[in-house]
Design a protein around this ligand. Structure first.
Ligand code: UD1
Ligand code: CA
Length: 454
């Protein structure tokens, strides 16, 4: 089987500079969902019909072993299929719309099964739509056989009330149907060649055609407008969250949580409202993710607590650690087991050993920090000299007093202490105390003396 994905339309209804198929649902472009669905049936070839202006996409497709053909002018869906026909090798052809990303793999498989079982020349995947839309309508005769598809712009008042809609997903027997594409006439209203017109032509020639209303409206939504894009995002969001609930994840307010399709979550994890889990984030079992947290491409092991309004990207948080509230973990950060990273602590490109605590108001950048270290409030690694980044090394069991600046490159060897308020510029040897405060000077009766002068 070959798959043809029609994606050369201009998507003018989106009112966007970006081609429609590159708009994203969560962090994945619309076209990638369709390609994924196509791949699920293991076809010989996948062709995407593109408008020549979408050169941005060709490299992305080639990398994924997807072929593409250009439709030089967007003259309609029949014309788009015609552009691909000379390249197709198989006799069975699945046609997908590039703007219908939520189709389920099982639905596609069932649909193709029915096509095979009933030895059809053409199968049409349909659905019943309850909302106002711009889909083509399936017209049937009194015996229920399909007669033709009428586009909404060409339909009579009576036809407008038909609820069965065309999804734009078809399977064709190429030998029996492909030639008929050439017989499609230009639609007088739009000046386009409609693939849907092939149905009437084929029915009149006695070809075997069926439309199967196999799927729900939500999985066949076609994205033509921003409002349909937002509906598609909502449908997918609900699908993903229901899936995780089935697998044992608790959501206190599913309607406010956003989880990308590639994210995974372990059982008995609890997710509070307004949480965003993006990219390749993996969350372990029995974690608690409090409200307003955003995690992108993070790995979170089991029993981790991430408190309110924490933001983390490309970070790895190991078993049993507690993060936040209001923590910021940036790229290449690894937080060990049973750590505590508290409020207003920013960690960048740093490794933090097991049991280490940085509970308040710190910046730890380019640091390698050992086990059971205590980082006092307000500690700053001064990692940047205006030109280069430098490393701070803090070994196991070190105690850094509050409001310390560590001027990198610098190393604090194990079991050492740094007194609060110090500016550390030199290596601190094992087990020693370093302190760099100026001795305190106290001027007695200073206020009284000043008043006397005034
Ligand atoms: C199309 C169907 C409609 C169906 C709906 C399902 C036609 C005439 N109508 O309508 O019956 O209910 O899909 O979502 O087929 N494309 C090209 N080249 C073109 C024009 C379009 O490749 O010249 C591609 C588009 O990029 C898109 C797909 O074909 O992915 C469908 O085109 P679109 O303009 O969105 O058609 P609809 O009006 O949604
Ligand atoms: Ca469409």
């Amino acid at each position: 089987m070959d798959v043809v994905i029609l994606a050369a339309g201009l998507g003018t209804r989106m009112k966007s500079k970006l081609p429609k198929i590159l708009h994203k649902i969560f962090d994945i472009p619309i076209i990638d969902y369709v390609i994924d669905a196509a791949k699920s049936i293991n076809p010989e070839n996948i062709f995407v019909v593109l408008n020549p202006s979408i050169t941005k996409l060709t490299e992305h497709l080639s990398k994924n072993d997807i072929k593409f053909v250009f439709q030089n002018e967007p003259k309609g869906t029949a014309h788009a299929l015609l552009s691909a026909l000379p390249y197709l090798k198989s006799n069975k052809i699945l046609i997908l719309n590039g703007d219908t990303p939520l189709i389920r793999k099982e639905t596609l498989a069932n649909f193709i099964d029915l096509f095979d079982k009933n030895s059809l020349d053409m199968g049409i995947l349909s659905f019943h739509s309850k909302r106002e839309h711009s889909y083509g309508k399936i017209l049937r005769d009194k015996d229920g056989n399909i007669k033709r598809i009428v586009e909404i712009t060409d339909s009579s008042e009576e036809e407008k009330h038909i609820s069965e809609a065309n999804s734009g997903v078809y399977v064709l027997n190429k030998n029996h149907i492909a030639e008929l594409v050439k017989e499609v006439k230009e639609n007088p209203l739009k000046g386009e060649y409609y693939l849907t017109d092939i149905v009437e032509i084929a029915v009149k020639k006695g070809k075997k055609i069926e439309a199967y209303p196999l799927a729900n409206e939500d999985e066949l939504i076609g994205i033509n407008t921003r409002s349909e894009l937002s509906l598609a995002i909502k449908y997918l969001r609900d699908r993903i969250i229901n899936d995780w609930m089935d697998k044992g994840v608790t959501f206190y307010d599913p309607q406010s949580v956003w989880i990308s399709p590639k994210v995974s979550i372990g059982a008995d994890t609890i997710i509070y409202p307004c949480v965003f889990l993006e990219g390749d984030t993996k969350i372990g079992q029995s974690c608690v993710i409090y409200q307003g947290v955003r995690l992108k491409n993070c790995t979170v092991e089991d029993n981790v607590e991430i408190k309110d309004y924490t933001v983390a990207e490309n970070a790895h948080i190991k078993d049993g650690s507690k993060i936040g509230p209001f923590a910021h973990l940036r790229a290449e950060t690894v937080i060990g087991r049973e750590c505590r990273i508290g409020n207003f602590v920013e960690v960048k490109k740093s490794t933090i050993g097991d049991g280490t605590k940085a509970a308040h108001l710190s910046y730890l950048g380019d640091a390698q920090i050992g086990k059971n270290v205590n980082i006092g409030a307000g500690t700053i690694t001064c990692n940047y000299d205006g030109r280069k980044k430098h490393k701070t090394i803090i070994e196991d069991n070190v105690f850094i007093g509050s409001d310390t600046q560590l001027i990198a490159p610098v190393k604090i060897n194990k079991d050492a202490y740094v007194g609060a308020g110090s500016t550390i510029t030199k290596e601190v040897p094992e087990g020693s105390l370093a302190i760099s405060r100026t001795p305190q000077k106290t001027i007695k009766d200073w206020v009284k003396k000043r008043r006397e002068k005034e």
